[in-house]
Design a protein around this ligand. Structure first.
Ligand code: C5P
Length: 240
């Protein structure tokens, strides 16, 4: 398979068409952004780390019955995905309070929830990805009636699997964001990426951050903590 024309350059990935119908070529870039792209840095090694972490997590999810767009890793920083139409919603699942939830409701940092909280944000750079509820998403034609429940159920299943996998690696999954896409025959599948760019992870014992918060808050070296996440996942692979 060969890559052909560039479809889109996002904040951390480039997406290309391929010479085979139904597949896209994804290139993970050495770039980190924060505050909806307002801060942008070149970070050598980040693309390779996220490609490896994403491959490991999407493979684990697929092995557990989650339908995803992941096909195969083809180089250190590239993979092939199924072509999907992305539903323009960022689906966030939270197990504990942090980030925008903590800011909005002034809750203590990492306060645990009895049940995971699912939230939707409308994917729009111009509007700064605003919070959106089910009725608003239906009114805007982003989803059809009934799909919100499906997406929430799907996201919660992913949460259960990810949470258990990270726990084996000594990490608590605080929250994460996923995106879903529709295949040509209308099936909704997990798409985009799961990496420390899109998850909040803290050490089970020390509560140190092992995710993009170290870049957002400038409290640590991104490559060092992402490498630690990958190493911990690899080292706990056998027992997983
Ligand atoms: O900022 P907020 O607390 O709403 O983020 C919740 C989760 O979603 C975090 O893990 C964050 O990394 C992720 N997220 C993301 N992309 C965005 C916004 C949030 O991956 N555009």
């Amino acid at each position: 398979m060969e890559k052909t024309t560039l479809i889109k350059e996002g904040k951390a990935k480039r997406l290309y068409n391929t010479d085979e119908e139904g597949y896209v070529w994804v290139e993970y870039m050495d770039q980190a952004t924060a505050f909806n792209g307002k801060r942008k840095d070149h970070i050598v090694g980040k693309g390779v780390l996220n490609n490896n972490i994403d491959t490991l997590l999407f493979t684990m999810l697929a092995d557990n019955g989650i339908h995803t767009d992941f096909v195969k890793k083809i180089s250190d920083n590239e993979q092939i995905n199924k072509e999907v139409t992305i539903i323009p919603l960022e689906t966030v699942v939270r197990n504990a309070a942090s980030g925008s939830f903590q800011r909005k409701f002034a809750t203590p940092y990492l306060q645990k929830f009895d049940k995971p909280v699912v939230e939707f944000f409308y994917k729009s750079d111009e509007l700064d990805d605003p919070f959106i509820n089910t009725n608003q998403a239906i009114a805007l034609g982003i989803i059809k009636p009934g799909e919100s429940e499906k997406l929430q159920e799907f996201a919660l299943k992913i949460n259960t699997l990810l949470k258990a996998r990270f726990e084996k690696a000594g990490l608590e999954l605080v929250d994460f964001k996923v995106e879903f896409g529709k295949t040509a025959d209308g099936e909704i599948i997990l798409a985009d990426e799961i990496s420390p760019d899109s998850c909040r992870l803290v050490d089970l014992k020390t509560r140190e951050s092992f995710d993009k918060d170290v870049f957002r808050k400038q409290t640590g070296d991104l490559v060092t903590v992402y490498q630690e996440v990958l190493d911990r996942l690899n080292n706990s692979q056998e027992e997983a």
